[in-house]
Design a protein around this ligand. Structure first.
Ligand SMILES: Nc1ncnc2c1ncn2[C@@H]1O[C@H](COP(=O)(O)OP(=O)(O)OP(=O)(O)O)[C@@H](O)[C@H]1O
Ligand SMILES: [Mg+2]
Length: 614
């Protein structure tokens, strides 16, 4: 029973792996054929290895050559026979060593190339996975998969799997020769195999389980490290160091204890394998010794047998030695396959056409959307925006303003209803061709490691230096950029740390400008900026918005004053709609909001006036 279960489990695993590597293996078939031929030659040489010894013992050293008489080619001279056998021995070993060199280099190359391609594939796939997936995943864990898991698979593929394949072939060959030489003794020698299989399969499962848990904990370690490192400022400010340390330590301890467990299990497997091998060797010695005494077998024959046993059972020992690593790698491979088998964003893109250049009419028609079933965000949301219109979207925090923009960008798909651009549903077109016609500026801008010019040019094809400068001028980013000694060639850090928030926002505006998209999506681009930066950013945005359909999500009603229309969102739909003045007149929620903000501003000005007054 225990034997069958894992095989049932192991087979789908194997099929799964074969499915993922089939294409790669096919590309390497010539190199693989070469390495495999070398492997077979090596195995043959290994099978031949003990025979010169048998010849020496049985035909040269045994008095009178009782067992096997000396062949006539040696003209009755034992010295010639010895010399010839020695030469044969060296030749056999020479062939084996050469074959083993070709084989290991070949397999190492195949393994590394296949895994390198797997890594690129995994990374591409990761980028294609939908945002809904990335929102739920921990970056560090994904990083651990792309870097750590892949490395584990590669190391094991090269150092353990291929040698194991070779030694299994040796085992099969030697078992055949052993049965051919003396089938009874052969059967006795091989009787341990089922026992070995039983113990390996049982322990192997446990090792695999522990290894998988360990990789999970290692993923969690990477994830919390990545979280802490990427937001070190917040961690320090909130004195969260000890919290992160604690969670780090917990996972580290778990991982360590799983590691110990796998090692323990592997050591146990190794011990029982050694004992089983010793047992069968002892039985062969006793039984074979009796056959020699009864003169039904020669001494040389027994020596061949014992050598074969030592060699032939090596895969069992190797397997026990590699069991922990193999299990870990297979756990790692599973984690990689899991990712690869997820549906990417581009699925269902087949047959879709590229979107034509949009005029910029946007319509939401009865859109329902929720991130989780029990908390609906948008409910029967409808709104129509004309080409070139500037629409401000306001509403309480968490009401679904950003979600609206995400639906337009097709980060998520509406549950029901439709999002249309120029009267055609957005999902008619390829995602990339829709996104390339939208420029976005978010509340917080990420700058990639590179120069300012590169950061502005990102996201648009064929951008000349002049276009970068024009975009920067429009975004009011030219002035501060030209003050840097390196100007546009100034390197900004990985997360743009050397630039202030306001400067980064203006780079983002330049980035949006360089794309020259008909639709502009702004999600609180001027929030958390000081008055001067706000003014500069607003000026940049106003230039950018000219002639484009613009959706501006904002909390600051000052931004809404200039809008052609304001949409106030409440309970998942548009609650109030009109120009700023109309809505203030109307005396609804917008008017309340306006009063509250004005009151706040007035408070602040009387306060500062109070301080300033003598
Ligand atoms: N990735 C996500 N996964 C799950 N729930 C989300 C996700 N993003 C937003 N939500 C939830 O959906 C609701 C709407 O979020 P959204 O970000 O659209 O609000 P918002 O109007 O932009 O708020 P704010 O003004 O604070 O930016 C919120 O209740 C939020 O908790
Ligand atoms: Mg938002």
């Amino acid at each position: 029973m225990a034997k069958q279960k894992p095989i049932r489990h192991a087979l789908p695993e194997f099929v799964r792996a074969a499915k993922h590597f089939r294409g790669d293996l096919a590309r390497e078939k010539w190199r693989a054929a070469q390495a495999f031929s070398a492997l077979l030659i090596g195995v043959l040489a290994q099978l031949l290895e003990p025979w010169p010894l048998k010849f020496i013992i049985d035909s040269v050293l045994t008095p009178g050559g009782k067992a096997d008489p000396l062949p006539s080619v040696f003209q009755g001279s034992p010295v010639v026979a010895l010399a010839a056998t020695g030469a044969a021995f060296v030749a056999i070993i020479g062939v084996r060593a050469t074959a083993s060199y070709i084989e290991s280099v070949g397999f190492a190359m195949i393994g590394s190339r296949i895994v390198a391609r797997l890594r690129s594939r995994l990374f591409c796939h990761l980028q294609a996975l939908p945002l809904a997936f990335h929102n739920k995943s921990r970056q560090g864990d994904l990083l651990a998969r792309v870097v750590g898991d892949i490395r584990l698979v590669r190391d094991v593929a090269v150092t353990a799997v291929l040698p194991l394949v070779a030694s299994v072939l040796v085992l099969v060959g030697m078992a055949g020769v052993m049965l051919w030489v003396n089938w009874r003794l052969g059967l006795v020698a091989l009787a341990v195999l089922p026992l070995f299989l039983l113990s390996t399969v049982k322990t192997g499962r446990k090792i695999h389980h522990a290894a998988r848990k360990q990789r999970l904990h290692e993923g969690a370690i990477a994830a919390s490290a990545a979280e802490a490192i990427s937001s070190m400022q917040v961690v320090k400010a909130l004195s969260l160091e000890s919290r992160f340390e604690a969670s780090f330590a917990v996972n580290e301890n778990r991982s360590a204890s799983d590691e110990v467990k796998t090692r323990k299990l592997a050591a146990r497997l190794s011990r029982s394998t050694d004992l089983l091998i010793a047992l069968s060797t002892a039985i062969v010695l006793v039984y074979g010794g009796r056959l020699v005494l009864a003169e039904t077998m020669t001494i040389g024959g027994l020596v061949v047998f014992l050598t074969y046993m030592k060699r032939g059972l090596r895969p069992l020992k190797d397997f026990a030695k590699y069991a922990a690593r193999l299990s870990k790698a297979s756990a790692a491979a599973q984690r990689i396959f899991e990712l690869l088998e997820m549906q990417p964003d581009s699925d269902g893109e087949d047959g879709r056409e590229e979107a034509p250049r949009f005029k910029g009419a946007i319509e939401f028609r009865g859109v329902d959307y929720s991130y989780s079933p029990d908390a609906p965000v948008l409910q029967q949301f409808s709104a129509t925006i004309a080409p070139g219109e500037f629409v401000a979207i306001v509403g309480e925090s968490g009401v679904g303003k950003s979600t609206l923009l995400s639906l337009l960008l097709r980060f998520y798909e509406p549950e029901s209803g439709e999002v249309l651009i120029d009267s055609a549903p957005v999902d008619l077109w390829q995602r990339a061709s829709v996104r390339s016609q939208m420029s976005i500026v978010l509340q917080d801008t990420v700058l990639f490691a590179g120069t300012i010019a590169e950061n502005i040019a990102y996201g648009a094809a064929d951008v000349s230096q002049d276009m970068v400068e024009a975009a920067a001028k429009l975004a009011r980013a030219h002035e501060f950029t030209s003050k840097f000694p390196d100007g546009y060639e100034t390197i900004v850090g990985e997360r743009g740390v050397t630039l202030s928030h306001g400067q980064r926002q203006r780079i983002a505006i330049a980035r949006a400008a360089v794309r020259d998209a008909p639709i502009l999506l702004l999600d609180e681009p001027a929030t958390a900026l000081d008055q001067q930066n706000k003014a500069l950013t607003r000026a940049g945005l106003a230039s950018l918005a000219a002639g484009r359909t613009t959706l501006l999500v904002t909390h600051d009603l000052k931004d809404a004053v200039d809008a052609d229309r304001v949409l106030l969102i409440k309970d998942g739909r548009v609650a109030e709609e009109g120009t700023h003045d109309e809505l203030v007149q109307k005396g609804g929620s917008y008017a309340d909001l306006h009063r509250a903000q004005r009151g706040h501003a007035a408070d602040r000005s009387t306060q500062s006036a109070g301080v300033a007054a003598p």
